[in-house]
Unconditional design. Sequence first.
Length: 480
Amino acid sequence: MSSADSSRSQPEENTHIYLDETVECSFQQSSRSTIKQGAPSVGKASKDHEPPPADGPCEKIQLHAGRSSGPSGFEITVNKPIGSGGMAEVDAATQESLGREVALKRPRADRNTEDVAASLINEARLLANLDHPNIPPVHQLGFHENGQPVIVMKRVYGYSWRTILHDPAHPYWSDHPGGQLKQHLEILRQVCNAVEYAHEKKILHRDLKTDNVMVGDFGEVYLLDWGVAIELDEKGERTIDQFCGTLCFAAPEMLSSSIPLTRRTDVYLLGCILHEILTLELRHQGDSLKELIDKALASEPFEYNEAVPPALGIIANKATHRDPDERYQNAKDFRKAIDVHLSHYQALDLLNSTKEKLASLEELYKKKTTKRQGFKFHEIAYLCRFGFQRVEKIAPDLEGTQAGLLRTLELQMLFELELGQLEAARRVIQLIRDTQPAWERLEGLETLLEEVENKQHESNELSTQIQYKLMEELQKRKKE
């Protein structure tokens, strides 16, 4: 069955769709929650989940090297809860031997099962092989005296990306002024860098979403929660027998056992993140689990409104195409598409600043020039020419670039004519011809140059005649 055929199948008719009580129960809690088929549902855990109060006594943990070994002497003091996900909870802690602040990740009390423990152990071992600035490092994998796995990780400070994405008035933005869309795209490209690196290591994240990205006060971006990550085979594929991930972001192949997961699966999830950036909504929405799965399987192109830059809408739809072969083939290609759009922001900033310089040049031209002002005029004119030419190179379709360059050259040419620098004026006219030979004002400038040249020629002839007359008069006087 092709991916397209599989995507058109209805959930109740497709034996490759995995629905069970756990998935449905988890989904009812939150459509954004990570759901893993085969994990116990709430109420079947060994005991209720009761995180320690933030102001209660600190918990001391002696980590064991293995489930059956004795204490290793690696002592951790748990300070306060940081957060809790679908399978694990994270606490702020102190590594006593170094006095270092760390983060402690371990199974939630109500999800303390062998499946969850195996998932955390797998996460720690995968992360140990990922050394990247956008992926928090693992310091230690140990075990509680009750056999519960404990991951000791770098303590990351900051905000959930989803929090600042959905709150344009968040305190984070007071220290990061400027266009928020541009900054979200910058965060996204850093996430792409982490994903691209993981893919090089044949690791698929499978749960990319804004909830799993932490943004620090100093521009740090960390891709978190690798608990459902898997290793790809030599072909860069992995066939699964159960769904694991977040349904509102799920790629169609994540809901099928006949289509292998590939790097393009994570590309789909990156596209879902871009969709959320552009709309502040989830890619798949529905009032029931069945409807949500139907939306994921269909993955119809989304019609973005006119407020969304068309180029970004095209990128998002290409990344979330139902057919993996029609998507960007890897995270690098997706990132490059984002980079092209970001270059337009940079070009627009440069264009605006260059237009301000052109306004200064206009003012200088209106004033009577001195040698000092003339030097300043040429300096600003050079900066304007450089700015407009740079913008034209990186964003040739940006409106106003060529008009600004032509106006700069026009002012330079007029300025040179007024100073009587005809040779310099001729060079500028040639630059205008090379830039836009059909420019409507070029003919007028050429006529003006010709008139000034004729006047200078007549003036030179008159000057020559006067000099000749003076010489004749001097010769007569000498003879007398």
